[in-house]
Design a protein around this ligand. Sequence first.
Ligand code: OGA
Ligand code: MN
Length: 300
Amino acid sequence: MAITIAPLHQHFVGSVTGIDICRPLTRSEVAELEAGMDRYGVLVFHGQPLTDEQQCAFSRNFGELEVTLAGQMAKPEHRRFGDRLELGDISNLSGNDGALRARDDHRRMYALANQLWHSDASFRAIGAGYTLLHGRVIPSRGGNTEFADMRAAYHALDDAMKAEVEDLICEHSIVFSREQIGWRVDSETDADKLKPVRHRLVITHPVTGRRSLYLSSHIGGIVGWPVPEARAFIRDLTEHATQREFVYSHAWQVNDLVMWDNRTVMHRARRFRDLKEVRDLRRTSIKGVGLEVPVLAAAE
Ligand code: OGA
Ligand code: MN
């Protein structure tokens, strides 16, 4: 079986066939998929009935697994996958009995911010590299995941704008994204996890050398700028970067696995009738090499 990757969009996103990712991969298969990620930023696999264990094993081919902030904060009685903390619960389920979360469940409030365009874990000193999402239960309508190509968005800026953003440094915190939907992050959360971290707005991919905009709803400021000016600017840039021309919308099928590079694309969840229907996706994420470029020296 030979791996084939076919483009699903004019700028990015590839659909992968000719591989069974439920079983162990060879080094050369991993290398081919990594090359596909470098080129396409998002890879889509259909018909992959992964177990939790197999999803973790497949993900480990690409680096060290991370535990999400939501996973770290989850009370033990809310953990649907027991001790498997590296598996993120991207569902609207309350527990393992099939009941949906209540309308005002704080986990639901927290997850609603996934509907804002973002890069995973950009509020960490080293954000996520790849994220992998696997579809287990899909609602009958809505609930797509959308991706926007931040390389194409950067490339489309005019020269004056490219010069303006070149050295900007943004401040990211989970507090800023939740604030946008009127949700105050639990005050019990470790203050350390809420402290803004700094990242360059323009990043260079460590493998391809291509530049992209490292945008995210977690951004709440630009170093040296008044906050309102920074937020208006970031909002404007996000609007530019998420024009339909740069966007692919993934309509989920059961047993799809979609993986993306957070250094190359932004993404968001779309709404669905989450009080009536189940949506159960499982997430793994890999630490982002190349996002640890020191920015403190350039600031202030
Ligand atoms: C995530 C995320 C989008 C979705 O899991 O990080 O943003 O469509 N999910 O659920
Ligand atoms: Mn996300």
